[in-house]
Design a protein around this ligand. Structure first.
Ligand code: ZN
Length: 90
């Protein structure tokens, strides 16, 4: 799912709040990155998968950030960025 402008701002706010800056790409040394579409990853449960109903497993929401030159991609928790969750109640 593409991030709307509000969620894209949340990504930028997260980086600013935590004094983060994107490094140069470890593969190609490029310094520009793109925010990708929101991803959902299914977490592999610790019990044997054949004993789990995957339909009841909640996915982890991830924000991919990709190098604009070689597509090397890093992932951040969308929930940590305030994306995909209800706003705090307090
Ligand atoms: Zn790169």
């Amino acid at each position: 799912m593409p991030l709307d402008s509000v969620d894209q701002q949340k990504v930028l706010d997260f980086f600013q709040k935590h004094s983060l800056s994107l490094p140069e790409c470890s593969f190609c040394k490029n310094k520009t990155w793109n925010i990708g579409d929101l991803l959902a990853a299914i977490l592999v449960p610790s019990p044997p998968p054949e004993q789990i109903n995957f339909l009841e497993t909640k996915p982890a929401l991830l924000v991919p950030i990709s190098c604009s030159k070689c597509s090397n991609t890093i992932f951040f928790s969308a929930l940590a960025m305030g994306i995909g969750a209800a706003p705090p109640s307090n």
